[in-house]
Design a protein around this ligand. Structure first.
Ligand code: ADP
Ligand code: MG
Length: 341
């Protein structure tokens, strides 16, 4: 049995339609009118224990709504959901003991308590055995560098510090599953790195199952092996992260370094079909090309015949390219035997 299983999971919101002013409010009271808003259309998703899944899609695609249904915060309008043998919204308390949740936009810490006090409250709420609590607190403090602000209140610390504290708080009770909804939003690179390392470590050493929503493509590449793309409330791709790159990313980039500026570089490249030149600076340039139309070797040798090249490297396609193209409708995922919409 899968750890997380959703079938035809759907959520529709009823948005009250109110006319402005008091009259509108009164009218609404007696004859309420609603507009329906479909947030999630019918999600089929099965996740095994120990997986690390990136759940991505444009704003408003239905990511947070899905996570809220999986965690039991929201009751689905339709479909089935089962997490480790429980129906989350029907067994909220029991389910809560098995999961950790981090919403980047919100904190689950108590604003006016020192972080360590929040942790201590969570220890009681989740009935974490003293030895487990001590072990995790020490480990997380070290991995996330919490010691510098453990005795400050959530209100006093920076966003990056708060996210680290939130992450620790979500994992103190050794949850089987951690849902992370944009955990790196607004953070600087150093903090992002630290958070990624931590999540990866928990996934690899503890077998913690990760479902991660993010707009940061580095997060995805560093933490996840599987990619699920959602758009307009439905899943449009579900598969291996690297497969999506290999199958769909036609574009590759070759970077060149030269010792001296090259005059009329564009004309040198003009003989090569399906290539685009990008100048980085005087001594560096790159060539984007369609790998199905021309090989890196052909390009490299063509250039090196005419230009004194100091160094060159080829870039793997960035997953953001691929995902962006999916958004732009440039990639037809259904045609390639992948999960169709
Ligand atoms: N509580 C709500 N009431 C009404 N509409 C909502 C509510 N929550 C989300 N929505 C709508 O549902 C859609 C999906 O939202 P959400 O799941 O938050 O998207 P994402 O997390 O992918 O950005 C959006 O159009 C959003 O406006
Ligand atoms: Mg969201």
């Amino acid at each position: 049995m899968k750890l997380i299983e959703a079938e035809g999971l759907a959520k529709q919101f009823k948005i009250p339609l109110k006319e402005p002013g008091l009259t509108g409010a009164v009218k609404h009271l007696f004859k309420p009118k609603f507009q329906k808003k479909i947030a999630v259309t019918g999600i089929d998703l099965a996740i095994d224990k120990g997986e690390s899944v990136a759940y991505v899609g444009p704003n408003g695609a239905g990511k947070s709504t899905t996570i809220k249904m999986l965690t039991g915060i929201l009751v689905p309008t339709n479909g089935k959901v089962m997490v480790d043998g429980l129906i989350p919204h029907k067994n909220r308390e029991e389910n809560a003991k098995k999961i950790g949740v981090v919403f980047g936009q919100r904190t689950q810490l108590w604003w006016d308590l020192p972080i360590i006090e929040s942790f201590s409250l969570l220890k009681d709420i989740y009935e974490i055995p003293a030895s487990v609590y001590k072990h995790n607190l020490e480990r997380f403090t070290q991995l996330l560098g919490l010691d510098e602000f453990l005795y400050s209140t959530a209100r006093q610390i920076s966003l990056g510090q708060r996210m680290r504290a939130d992450l620790a708080a979500a994992l103190l009770h050794n949850p089987k599953i951690v849902y992370l909804d944009e955990p790196t939003i607004g953070l600087d690179i150093a903090v992002k790195e630290r958070i990624r390392k931590f999540i990866k470590e928990m996934n690899e050493t503890e077998g913690t199952t990760i479902l991660l929503t993010t707009h940061d493509l580095e997060d995805i590449e560093q933490i996840c092996r599987r990619l699920v793309i959602i758009d307009k409330g439905r899943i449009i791709f579900d598969g291996d992260l690297h497969a999506v790159k290999d199958v769909f990313a036609k574009e590759r980039t070759l970077h060149f370094q030269v010792d001296a500026p090259v005059p009329n570089l564009p004309s040198i490249l003009s003989g090569l079909p399906n290539t685009i030149l990008d100048h980085e600076d005087e001594l560096q340039f790159s060539v984007r090309f369609d790998r199905f139309a021309i090989s890196a070797g052909e390009i490299a040798s063509h250039i090196m015949r005419q230009v004194q090249v100091k160094d060159f490297r080829i870039d793997e396609p960035k997953i953001d390219h691929v995902i962006r193209k999916v958004y732009d409708g440039e990639l037809d995922l259904t045609a390639s035997g992948h999960k169709g919409a």
